[in-house]
Design a protein. Sequence first.
Length: 309
Amino acid sequence: MDKLIQVKDCPNFLCGIYKINFPNNKSYIGLSNDIKRRIIEHNTDTSQPVLFKAIQKYFNGSIPNFELLEEIEIEDRKLLQEREMYWINFYQTFSDKTKGYNLTPGGDGAAAGFYNSSANFDETTFNQIVELIQNTDIPLYQIANQFNCSKNCIFRINKGISYHSSRLNYPLRKEKYVVQNGVNNPNAILTLQSEKSLKEDLINSTLTFKELSKKYSISESVITNFNRGLSYYHKDWTYPLRQKNALVANKRIFSDEEMLLIKTWLENPKYTMQWIANQIKCDRKVIGEINKGLRQPKKEWIYPIRKTH
């Protein structure tokens, strides 16, 4: 076995193939252009439920150590995919479920999606969806209804997040999925001012969706769609405005590895506090509190970590 690496000792933006080993002798193999970030994400990423449950069970909420199988230049995406497939095949973490948690053989994301036992679509259906997105003006939410799936599922296909294929250019459809034209729609419920206020409340307040619906006299479904960008969409906003379980995330205790990663990002001015919050899955104000030493302060750190003007 190669030497295990702790996240706190992992260089930033290390790109390559990694392997997480579990006490039950199973493994998971993945690729990333920032392995430190990706390992931390696995601890909260419920989009991979099998892996997420295994990490919660065997590591009890802590960040797992990992093996670096191969370091690869970030520009060579094709080689990354090829080597991920090689290592998954080598360790049989996809083909033999007693040996691993990989649900795909690796490589091209679109093909991998079809191998996933929980995939919504086969290749034929996926191609039909791509055809409708690229060559028609049917709104994406109507395509979702047609294929009996969520709007978010179609949005992710459009952006190449789900069922990614190297033969396609992303997004499949540009700037055509804005719903309701926001406040410019004569039937819009929100005004320009209330739209801005709601955005701030979703990002910075602890009001629940139910409380926000009462404050703005609108339904919770409107709040939900606004939060996800399904209505009143702005191309320069980051969605969802409030991350899932953000209120819980605001109260959680960050591990030493997470705190070190946040500090590293704060020391680099190219990363906004909102971007850092999105990576660590919490509200921006939490990052602001860490920056000022108001949350989990470290005696050896100098505050504020990032001087704001």
